[in-house]
Unconditional design. Structure first.
Length: 108
């Protein structure tokens, strides 16, 4: 074991990278400007997809907020009702769905 520890490690190749080949501007905008056209197209597509995703999230969040509020109001109305007939006449959404006599199917 001690013989292996005493052996010197092989020398690493001396590679020197010139500072001129390294990018100077590593900011996101600088990297975008120095990117290939394919990479730029992918980045633009990702930004567009992100904007669409956040827009859908915001629209659905607003829709859910108002639906919860409307549902809470309708539950409060249903709290004091004793029959299903009175409940259907007290809520506007149920009144709109109730079929009238002209749309009912009659047995022939």
């Amino acid at each position: 074991m001690t013989a292996m520890a005493a052996e010197p490690l092989p020398a690493l190749p001396a590679t020197v990278v010139a500072t001129a080949t390294l990018p100077r501007d590593l900011s996101p905008w600088g990297m975008y400007l120095n990117a290939d056209p394919v990479v730029k197209a992918v980045l633009i597509g990702l930004v567009f997809a992100s904007i669409v995703t956040w827009t859908v999230w915001l629209a659905k969040s607003i829709e859910i907020f108002f639906a919860k509020r409307r549902g809470g109001r309708q539950l409060n109305k249903l709290g004091g009702v004793r029959s299903a007939l009175r409940a259907s006449s007290s809520l506007p959404a149920l009144r709109a769905r109730r079929p009238n006599s002209s749309t009912r199917l009659r047995p022939s």
